[in-house]
Design a protein around this ligand. Structure first.
Ligand code: ATP
Length: 420
């Protein structure tokens, strides 16, 4: 049951992962049992048999990785900043819950191996998370897969929040967009992987080793609690690494020339030729869910392109296309409001068409209301707003057969002046 609950929560994003903001760096070490930050960390119930493995700062895992701080956590894992020797390079160690090893549909290790080894010279290779090592850790409650990857700084969701009410600069958005598309092209065309959960929180920013060295010197906050089987668990406050905003004119392309982002979290991805073996048809977070997924019409690589469109919209406007707490059932209605009627062919293929559509093909919640994303995009006042709208709509095309591929997107004029 726990497993099913976890799989379901992860696949639909019903639990939002809340990572500590950069302000966590200014906190002092404490040892409180209850308080604010603990509520935003992994629930103690996850430390059940076959669940998460408790970790203490200073632990050595895999005989050589010393735990320095905590980078974050997810529904399947906790993620730690580790170092092999003092002054040595840092790495991120994802310690997966014990039950993950028993789920045949979860192939995170295989995806990461494919991503590392398939085509290292492809321009998208440097825009996907890189695996460095892996091993199994035998703890008192079971065997845990540990994935050692390159360490990254904060994700684009938390980075955008740091800008408060201001928009991310256009030049930065273009650069990020091009890199994410390259990374996705690499996954789709070279690795044969469908990501299934493209969203700002799964795109992370790369920084050099010095940034981790500085971060490693900040105080750590911990708290003691009890697991369901009454073990004493030390929980550690997450300290994702804030991306250092460069000096200079933030509207200039040159200022952002070194920015590098990577597609991360292939935990619920699938092989493009084995979609049927994926553990759920209801992939993606509801607000970024493709029309074909919503109505059960079968999905493939184009579903990632839809989520990519939602992601880029969010980076451009600083606000998601749909509220994060949108209900599964409401999503097709919002699609209609924003983008018009679902194509009849698509509706006819939908396993759940009766949930949303009447026999005559009209939607059950009838509304003549329409709105357009164009207005809010133009309000940002970019000289090339129309070009951007055209670019975005190649991704936010209701019919998956007509949606752009990564290759189409990379050839679009909106990206033409970006060189990396
Ligand atoms: N390589 C990395 N470098 C830095 N931080 C990382 C890295 N990998 C993961 N994290 C942090 O750990 C968190 C959890 O990782 P990840 O999303 O891969 O786990 P998950 O268990 O698959 O979670 P979920 O499915 O809930 O997203 C991320 O949100 C991020 O904050």
């Amino acid at each position: 049951m726990n497993l099913v609950r976890n799989l379901r929560r992860s696949s639909t994003g019903l639990i939002s992962r809340i990572t500590a903001s950069s302000s966590s760096f200014s906190t002092n070490a404490t040892n409180t049992s209850h308080g604010g930050w603990e509520d935003r960390e992994e629930p103690l119930e996850e430390y059940a048999p076959s669940g998460l493995q408790p970790v203490v700062i200073g632990d050595v895992l895999g005989s050589k990785y010393r735990v320095v701080s905590k980078l974050g956590w997810g529904v399947y894992s906790t993620v730690w900043l580790v170092q092999q020797q003092s002054n040595g390079p840092f790495a991120a160690l994802k310690l997966l819950a014990g039950y993950v090893t028993d789920v045949p549909q979860l192939h995170e290790l295989e995806y990461l191996q494919r991503m590392r080894d398939q085509s290292p010279t492809h321009p998208g290779h440097s825009h996907v998370l890189q695996l460095l090592d892996h091993f199994y850790h035998q703890g008192p409650t079971g065997k845990h897969l540990c994935l050692v990857t390159e360490p990254l700084a904060q994700d684009l969701h938390s980075f955008s929040k740091r800008w408060g009410g201001s928009f991310l600069p256009f030049e930065l958005i273009k650069r990020i967009t091009r890199q994410v598309i390259l990374g996705l092209q690499y996954l789709h065309e070279e690795c044969n992987i469908i990501h299934t959960d493209i969203k700002p929180a799964n795109i992370m920013m790369a920084v050099n080793n010095d940034v981790f060295a500085t971060a490693a010197s900040f105080p750590i906050e911990t708290s003691i609690g009890n697991s369901p089987d009454k073990r004493q668990i030390t929980r550690v406050r997450s300290q994702p690494i804030p991306y250092p905003i460069p000096e200079g004119d933030l509207t200039s392309s040159a200022t952002w020339k070194d920015v590098q982002v990577k597609l991360a979290d292939v935990g619920v991805s699938c092989w493009a030729d084995k979609v049927d073996e994926h553990f759920t048809d209801l992939i993606q977070s509801p607000g970024l869910r493709a029309p074909e997924v919503c109505i059960g019409a079968g999905w493939g690589k184009p579903a990632d392109i839809w989520s990519l469109g939602c992601t880029i919209y969010e980076l451009y406007l600083g606000t998601p296309l749909m509220r994060r707490d949108i209900q599964d059932m409401s999503v097709p209605y919002i699609h209609r409001l924003l983008f018009g009627d679902y194509p009849p062919d698509l509706v006819n293929r939908g396993k759940y068409k009766d949930v949303f559509f009447n026999d005559d093909g009209s939607m059950k919640v009838a509304s003549s209301e329409r709105t357009s994303i164009d207005v809010s995009i133009r309000k940002r006042g970019a000289p090339d707003a129309d070009m951007f709208i055209d670019f975005l709509k190649l991704m936010l095309t209701l019919d998956p057969a007509k949606r752009a591929s990564c290759e189409d997107l990379l050839a679009h004029e909106w990206l033409k002046e970006i060189d990396q």
